[in-house]
Ligand binder design. Structure first.
Ligand SMILES: [Zn+2]
Length: 370
């Protein structure tokens, strides 16, 4: 059986499928309904958040043969050809490898002819910030006097590298990193459809590692499935991602706040036995303390911090062990240790000493629980 990578199989085909970019979908949909579609768009945002997918959906919507709705029909000849990447009127250009002035001149030559089969010729230029200054200047002439039958969609991760003259002629859309709960909900839909058994906690770990990029999350999910087949355990996911078991993190922090040095040393021994990197361990401790501090402050921690299952309960239990000042003090100590680990040949020793130091500090707040 051939296996299509999840990111391609589940690429959004409708504006409604663009997870976390509702502000973009809404504005584009309004423009299409009102017939006021700008001739040049700039899609900016981190990698894997849906810029190129949105560009293709927009190209389809503009050229769809069934022009009764905002969304592309995805079944007419034009839609199918764009989805499959062989439309004669939609050009996908990689800005990184076609960045010279000659490439843009060639593009301008193409512009003069009417579209062969569609309403518009659409040029999607990915990584547009890679164009040379001369190429941008050549492009500018076209953007100043665009032919009626041409639309440009530029995508970039680095909008600050694009000349202001170009920026000012584009309608700009900033794509956001996709919030963890939305990523998890989408991953849940996908794994259910693909009949993959995996817990919400594992999906949360994958989402956390993906840092708001759907594409990165789906690549990780591909790896996880390749490794575990259809039955995925939390331990497998943690192992595969090189992540430290949350229980170890919680135990280490509890040891620090209860002045329990032997508990701290036991955790360090286990982290070492399991072959984790102490840098990774240290980074995850920092992230966990951040969650402990924030879970007491934000209105809806489950939603805003992307917590799952009994995670919030565990964090609150830890938060109650010390006052906010002490957690802040521990956070500073851990961040300092983390930065020292970068060039150190004694990672274990550094973490060991820093956690022992933390566990030896008396509580600073009088009303802290014993
Ligand atoms: Zn169509």
């Amino acid at each position: 059986m051939s296996y299509l990578v999840l990111a391609r199989k589940w690429r959004p085909q409708l504006f409604a499928d663009l997870i976390g970019q509702e502000h973009v979908s809404r504005t584009l949909a309004n423009a299409i309904t009102s017939g006021r579609v700008h001739h040049a768009f700039l899609f900016t945002g981190a990698r894997g958040v849906g810029k190129t997918s949105a560009a293709r959906i927009l190209a389809k919507a503009l050229n769809c043969e069934q022009d009764n709705a905002v969304e592309p029909c995805n079944v007419c000849r034009s839609c199918v050809e764009i989805t499959e990447g062989h439309s004669v009127d939609v050009f996908e250009i990689d800005g990184a490898s076609n960045n010279g002035v000659d490439d843009v001149r060639e593009l301008r030559e193409t512009l003069r002819y009417m579209p062969a089969q569609s309403r518009y010729k659409v040029f999607i230029i990915d990584e547009v910030h890679m164009l040379s200054i001369n190429a941008f200047n050549a492009l500018l002439k076209t953007l100043e006097e665009p032919p009626e039958h041409v639309k440009f969609i530029f995508a970039t991760t680095e909008p600050h590298k694009i000349p202001v003259t170009i920026l000012s002629r584009c309608q700009r859309f900033d794509f956001r990193k996709i919030p963890a709960p939305k990523v998890v909900a989408q991953l849940r839909r996908i794994v259910d459809a693909e009949k993959i058994e995996i817990s919400d906690r594992s999906l949360a770990l994958i989402a956390q590692r993906g840092g708001g990029s759907m594409r990165d999350c789906l690549s990780t999910l591909d790896q996880v499935v390749a490794f575990c087949s259809e039955n995925v355990s939390d331990d497998d996911v943690q192992g595969l991602l090189g992540m430290v078991d949350q229980r170890l993190l919680f135990d280490a922090l509890e040891g620090c706040m209860q002045q329990n040095c032997s508990m701290v040393l036991e955790v360090i021994r286990r982290v070492d036995d399991l072959g984790h990197s102490f840098r990774q361990f240290s980074q995850e401790l920092v992230e966990t303390v951040r969650l402990i501090i924030l879970c007491e402050l934000v209105a809806d921690p489950q939603e805003e911090l992307g917590l799952f299952g009994d995670e919030l309960q565990a964090l609150r239990h830890l938060a109650a062990l010390a006052c906010q000042d002490d957690w802040q003090r521990l956070l500073s100590l851990l961040i300092k240790t983390e930065s020292e680990l970068a060039g150190s040949v004694y990672p274990k020793l550094l973490v060991e000493m820093s956690l022992i130091r933390a566990a030896s500090l008396p509580p600073s707040c009088r009303d802290a629980p014993p």
